[in-house]
Design a protein. Structure first.
Length: 217
């Protein structure tokens, strides 16, 4: 089964639901606590932020970085991110992360709540892209849902990839890729790909810091 249709539906969901994207950040204490964690992470230098969404994380990253290149595939969420982020050191790019290749290297690659939207079959290529985007000594920093979040989702069976059904206020519904990574399994998977990784749990989420293989791929 091909996951292209599922990914297209995922994209449509985030475009159509851009206006409601920030609601969980206003309602959930765990997300507010996660946002504050940025100050304690080794974010430095020139930063590439993948799947920046509406820019919840971008200003916090920019405060610690020399520059930020924030990428997302949905124009609708990028418009909100631009409105939220006034820093002249931040550049926003619209690009499909499954096709886009960074034109340069960065000291930090950051992504929050994106890894769970990457189909398992595409994970090796995704991590190769991240490795190729990192300058020598650079780090990947990532935040996402843990397995407990599955209880809050309408998980779907018999899909091309692990998936959930999401509904918007207008009643429309969309399938999205949703992989609930277990910390130990994710650590093992990244180690097998040659990464050095430390992942810790926090309020049902996880925070990872990883250094790439000496030779990407």
């Amino acid at each position: 089964m091909d996951d292209d249709a599922l990914l297209a539906e995922q994209m449509a969901y985030y475009r159509a639901g851009a206006a409601a994207y920030d609601r969980p950040y206003a309602e959930r204490e765990d997300l507010q606590e996660l946002l504050a964690v940025v100050d304690d992470l080794p974010i430095a230098g020139d930063v590439l932020e993948l799947a920046c969404g509406t820019g919840q994380w971008t200003p916090r990253i920019a405060a610690r970085a020399h520059s930020v290149t924030a990428v997302d595939a949905a124009a609708e969420v990028l418009a909100l991110a631009r409105a939220r982020t006034a820093s002249p050191t931040v550049q926003f790019l619209e690009a499909d992360l499954f096709e886009w290749q960074p034109p340069r290297r960065y000291d930090t690659v950051f992504f929050a709540f994106w890894l769970s939207h990457v189909p398992p079959t595409r994970l090796p290529d995704f991590w190769n892209t991240v490795a190729a985007a990192l300058a020598p000594g650079g780090k990947a920093i990532f935040i996402d849902d843990g397995p407990a979040a599955a209880a809050e989702e309408e998980v779907l069976a018999n899909q091309p990839a692990p998936a959930a059904l999401r509904r918007l206020d207008d009643g429309s519904q969309y399938r999205i890729v949703k992989v609930f990574h277990d910390v130990r399994t994710l650590t093992d998977d990244l180690t097998m790909l040659g990464w050095s990784v430390r992942i810790r749990s926090m309020s049902g989420n996880f925070i990872g810091i990883a250094e790439p293989p000496t030779t990407p791929g």
